[in-house]
Design a protein around this ligand. Sequence first.
Ligand code: B12
Length: 250
Amino acid sequence: MAELSDIANETIREEIEEYVERPEEIERSVELFARARPLMQDIAAAIIEGDDDEVDELTRKALAEDIDALEVMDDGLIAGMGIVGIKFREAFIFVPEVLSCARAMKAGMAHIEPILSASGVEPIGTVIMGTVKGDLHDIGKNLCIMMLRGAGFVVVDLGVDTSEDEFIDAVEEHGAPILGMSALLTTTMPNMGKTIEAFIDADLREDVKILVGGAPVTQEFADDMGADGYGKDALACVALAKDMAAEARA
Ligand code: B12
């Protein structure tokens, strides 16, 4: 088992010591950062500090050193955001600080996106993606979109706060066989179910496979609301979309 002292970056060590209180989260964070390269730890520390210039510079550096874009995303950017999430939940930081961290995350993602999107593979289908009504969180959705594009999907991004009608219009307009919805708030999760209902009412439910995700969403919740698939992360999102595209072609 890894120890706190195995983590090279001092900021990360201090952050875990000071702000992560739940034993299982301490263990998970220590494991994750102890096995991450020092440069990934530095990127995560810059995310936690909300330093977009530093994230921009370190992400460029990592990619220039030929570190895989997925590793930079998982062990640097997302790992840093994990600590931000814990600090926000425990009220050590508030919305303005989280916004700075989100800005820093976007500065890093800007370099990852062209790499993940430039796979050059044949388009395999169109996916409509959006964050549901009332919800402004888009970092996870955007990561899913990057990965989907990288896997060869054409993705129409409806952004955040997307109404049922906007989802329906987009699916019809683009003749898309797959729709992905993201929700990060327990209060907006039910809007996924409402959107599914709206597709049923519009007699379009059979025409589209519906995929859901976001931190509070579970497989059980997805099953209850009648979604066709639930993905816990961007990799799962791509795997499910591929299965669904293959089914739609069959
Ligand atoms: C960043 C953040 C913000 C930023 C958002 C910036 C942005 N542009 O997105 C800001 C500051 C704006 C914000 C605002 C608020 N937030 Co906020 N936020 C977060 C935070 C810290 C991180 C979210 C994030 O980006 N995670 C990183 C990404 C990579 O992970 P992810 O989104 O889960 O996505 C992954 C998977 O879930 C999956 N996935 C995501 N979407 C999809 C879709 C499909 C189809 C699939 C298959 C997979 C998939 O793949 C992704 C990649 O692996 C979370 C804490 C947390 N632990 O989630 C709180 C959190 C979500 N926020 C919370 C709250 C309460 C709020 C506010 C209400 C605060 C306030 N008082 O104003 C507002 C709500 C604003 C609104 N109407 O939406 C709570 C929600 C609690 C709850 N029970 O609902 C959380 C959980 C924090 C907490 N514990 O208190 N927030």
